[in-house]
Design a protein around this ligand. Structure first.
Ligand code: B12
Length: 216
């Protein structure tokens, strides 16, 4: 791995804001791929920060600071992401939110950003969203897809409950789930239709759903 990418990983994981932003700028100047930076390097660092938190080396305040640095970097990266991912057509409608009991929003917001760039209309319900609010939004906006995000394993029952309530209400939208608490396997177990590991994949999956809907 080349040097700026390694420094992006290490400096972000060490919460060295200046070192990280400098490495980020260097990587961009040298033409590094923006998806690799966000979905491999910065995501690796956030996982490492999570590991250090689990080991007792980092505290909650460190996680908050990491989130702040991540969001600051996203402001720099957004124009680069936009020029890489922008699509022309009007695609489909997606209702998105982080489920009840979970307030992590970075990953969910990344999914929203990429979907919007690819021409989707995204209704972002925010974080800690109760099932009833998803049902209400589904009725109001008649989306192609409802996206549920969960990073805490303790929020998995919330995902399951939300899906059950959406089905009970007869919502026709495909339900896509994602976030560090979920996998292909848990997605199936909670009754979701679709799973995506990261925001780029989420867009691919969403595009397929809308393509299929427009063909039938
Ligand atoms: C930053 C952070 C926080 C910040 C969040 C700030 C914010 N504004 O979001 C704060 C400080 C608030 C926080 C709080 C807590 N956190 Co926290 N946090 C993290 C950390 C370090 C990074 C998360 C992140 O932003 N990652 C970067 C983004 C880009 O990645 P991502 O979210 O995974 O999203 C990508 C994919 O998952 C996917 N995706 C995400 N959503 C969706 C949705 C759909 C529909 C799709 C298709 C895809 C998709 O696409 C995204 C982009 O590629 C993680 C570590 C980790 N491994 O995730 C812990 C982590 C999630 N937190 C953890 C814990 C324990 C907590 C707390 C309980 C701590 C405490 N004692 O209070 C609280 C819970 C608060 C709550 N009720 O939600 C644990 C969860 C463990 C578990 N198994 O449940 C983790 C894993 C850390 C750890 N290893 O211990 N946290």
């Amino acid at each position: 791995m080349d040097d700026p990418r390694r420094r992006i990983r290490e400096a972000l994981a060490d919460l060295d804001r200046e070192g990280f932003l400098e490495a980020l700028q260097e990587a961009l100047n040298s033409g590094a791929d923006v998806d690799t930076i966000v979905f491999e390097d910065m995501s690796w660092a956030m996982d490492e920060i999570g590991r250090r938190f689990e080991m007792g080396e980092y505290f909650l305040a460190d996680l908050l600071y990491a989130a702040e640095i991540f969001k600051e970097a996203m402001k720099i990266l957004e124009p680069h992401i936009a020029s890489k991912h922008r699509g022309e057509e009007r695609r489909g409608v997606v209702v998105l939110g982080t489920v009840k009991g979970d307030i992590h929003d970075i990953g969910k917001s990344l999914v929203a950003t990429l979907l919007r760039l690819r021409g989707f209309q995204v209704i972002d319900l925010g974080v800690d969203v109760p099932p009833e609010k998803f049902v209400e939004a589904a009725r109001k906006h008649n989306p192609h897809i409802i996206g549920l995000s969960a990073l805490l394993t303790t929020a998995i029952p919330s995902v399951k409950e939300t899906i059950a309530k959406l089905r009970e209400a007869g919502v026709a939208a495909k339900i896509m789930v994602g976030g560090a608490a979920l996998s292909e396997k848990t997605a199936r177990e909670v009754g979701a239709d679709l799973y995506a590991e990261n925001a780029v994949q989420a867009v691919r999956v969403a595009e397929k759903v809308v393509e299929r809907a427009s063909r039938s």
